[in-house]
Design a binder for this molecule. Structure first.
Ligand SMILES: Cc1ncc(COP(=O)(O)O)c(C=O)c1O
Length: 390
């Protein structure tokens, strides 16, 4: 199917030029319909669904996700979002005073905040190692990153794809080096599943979290936490419930603890097999490759328009379906609102430390016309609204 045919598969408003798939994803119709079927089934017989049939569906969905991620289904639990997963890990790590978490200065704000909170509480340090931009090579990145390593470093925490800068980071090399140094590794892969190839067996991160409701296109609130078997024993749940001292324990305490979390609607997780099928039915490898090409083909004219230095070479090592352009804006919030209200373009304007970026995401439903519309809008704003962009 071509992009205009795939666009018809999505529920997104037709009057909006939607260039922000990255923030919250968007569900295709067949996946959303499956979601509503599960919710209906739940409401028709809540007891059976929550205690029996739904539990079986959940196991099935976990197995499908494990196949997709190339890992063991017993090493995966569902969480609502990556923030939740980061909180589980940070709370359980039992940091001592002086311990260090080594990370980059490119991480997602909510995760930074979680780590800062727990580090402050325990007298530990969250080391945001400055990464020189533009990125040059993977080897240089690894070298820059490990300059922050000391004998106090306890864990490496790093994004697979960064949020405001939209960069794909060489987490394979980082995990390998961290292992040689005897460090625990935790990869924040919020944007990775279905945007970049992901094989948790070969990556060998100790801990990995990813969102399914972004690039896998499941309903909101479906994410996962993967923990290597060797680390599962210290991973308590945030919510203690029936899985603790379970009256019918399964073969895995990790699953019991994390999957039994009180009454909740777990329909979003159940849609994972349908979302995987949707991608298979629509030749998603090709769709994704086309999207990456559109991202890269357009990147130079946007950086030129903004007079900006690209954040990384235009190469699959660093760029996938997100592209961030550094901009000068005195009022990023007003710029975002103006793009939406005046031009009906949904595109994030993101502030990271003291820098501002505009980030476009390209997904199956986007066409060249969307990026042309953004380009023309930015040209006009540059010309006429120096208070917003200049
Ligand atoms: C790098 C990164 N980590 C984590 C998240 C997860 O965010 P949340 O838990 O707020 O859904 C995001 C969301 O965009 C992200 O970009």
């Amino acid at each position: 199917m071509e992009n205009n045919q795939l666009a018809a598969q999505f529920l997104l408003r037709k009057d909006i030029c939607f260039l922000n798939f990255g923030s919250f994803g968007a569900c295709p119709k067949p996946v959303f319909e499956r979601y509503q079927q599960y919710q209906l089934e739940l409401e028709q017989e809540p007891v059976q669904f929550i205690t029996a049939t739904g539990v079986a569906y959940l196991k099935n969905a976990r197995m499908a996700l494990a196949d997709f991620l190339y890992c063991n289904a017993d090493d995966l639990v569902y969480v609502a979002n990556p923030s939740y997963a980061v909180n589980i890990v940070a709370k359980n790590l039992h940091l001592n005073a002086g311990d260090e978490i080594l990370t980059t200065n490119l991480e997602y704000g909510a995760c930074d905040r979680t780590w800062k909170y727990y580090c402050k509480k325990m007298g530990a340090h969250y080391v945001r190692q400055p990464i020189g931009l533009p990125l040059t090579t993977k080897a240089q990145f690894v070298e820059d990153f490990f300059k922050g390593y000391t004998n106090k470093t306890k864990m490496v925490f790093i994004s697979h794809l960064t949020s405001s800068t939209g960069l794909r980071l060489p987490v394979e090399d980082i995990c390998k080096r961290a292992k040689e140094l005897g460090l625990l590794t935790f990869v924040d892969g919020a944007h990775a599943p279905a945007q970049v190839p992901l094989n948790l067996s070969t990556l060998q991160a100790d801990i990995y979290t990813g969102a399914c409701h972004k690039w896998m296109m499941t309903p909101k609130g479906s994410s996962f936490l993967y923990v290597n078997k060797a680390q599962q024993h210290w991973m308590d749940p945030l919510v203690i419930s029936w899985g603790y001292e379970s009256s019918s324990p399964s073969h895995s305490q990790f699953l019991d603890y994390h999957q039994t979390q009180g009454t909740r609607d777990f329909s979003p997780f159940l849609c994972i097999p349908k979302a995987i099928q949707f991608m298979e039915d629509n030749d998603w490898h090709r769709v994704s490759a086309n999207c990456r090409k559109m991202v890269m083909d357009n990147a130079p004219r946007f950086t030129q328009l903004m007079g900006a230095t690209p954040l990384a070479p235009l190469h699959e090592d660093f760029i996938a379906q997100l592209y961030s352009i550094p901009i000068n804006s005195k009022d990023p919030v007003a710029l975002y609102r103006h793009l939406f209200d005046h031009y009906k373009i949904e595109v994030p304007v993101m502030v990271h430390d003291d820098k501002v970026f505009i980030r476009y995401s390209i997904q199956a439903f986007n066409t060249q016309a969307d990026l042309d519309r953004l380009y023309v809008a930015l040209e006009e704003i540059l010309r006429e609204r120096k208070d917003l962009l200049g």
